[in-house]
Design a binder for this molecule. Structure first.
Ligand code: GNR
Ligand code: NI
Length: 168
């Protein structure tokens, strides 16, 4: 097991569109284990492969209180979206920044699990939001993209300031 480095916004590599996984093999399973370890340690409720500079369509999620409900999404596809819900989001690639984002309230999606078996699931609440947030990462998209240009400028400024401070 290993803790992986998480890319930080505005790293351009976070804009890469990830490629579909073609085989779920031992190497991928080892990588998923490392992703879970990295996500739990952070701590976060989800992590997309893009965030650890692996541009394959793989995501790990655990929204449970006790961190004992790991969910693997390989080649996830959102099939249906219903309703709208606005909630505060954060991202391990944009530490310290939180803002409201509007998402579909309820989705259905299909994906492959850790063993490469397809499944379909309904998701709402935090899980529904998290799946949408992670699938966005696989497409090179981040939650701040949904904010106004003014809010994004403020965030960019704050990050620049922090980067200067920590590199001195
Ligand atoms: O840990 C995370 N929390 C979170 C909270 C609200 C909406 C989405 C998220 S996902 C985030 C982890 C992360 O950055 N995943 O890509
Ligand atoms: Ni994120």
């Amino acid at each position: 097991m290993a803790i992986l480095d998480i890319l930080l916004y505005p790293d351009e590599r976070l804009r890469t569109v990830a490629k579909p996984v073609d085989t779920v093999d031992k190497d991928l399973q080892k990588f998923l284990d490392d992703m879970f370890e990295t996500m739990y340690k952070a701590p976060g409720i989800g992590l997309a492969a893009t965030q650890v500079n692996m541009h394959k369509r793989a995501v790990v999620i655990d929204v449970s209180e006790d961190k004992n409900e790991p969910l693997v999404l390989i080649n996830p596809e959102i099939l249906t979206k219903e309703g709208k819900i606005t909630g505060e989001e954060g991202c391990l690639s944009i530490p310290g920044i939180y803002d409201n984002v509007s998402r579909a309230e309820r989705i259905t999606f299909q994906a492959l699990d850790r063993d490469g078996n397809p499944y379909e699931m309904e998701a709402d609440g935090l899980l529904g939001v998290c799946v949408q947030h992670e699938v966005d990462h696989l497409d090179g998209k981040m939650f701040v993209d949904y904010l106004s240009a003014m809010k994004r400028r403020k965030i960019n400024k704050k990050i620049q300031k922090n980067t200067l401070r920590t590199s001195n």
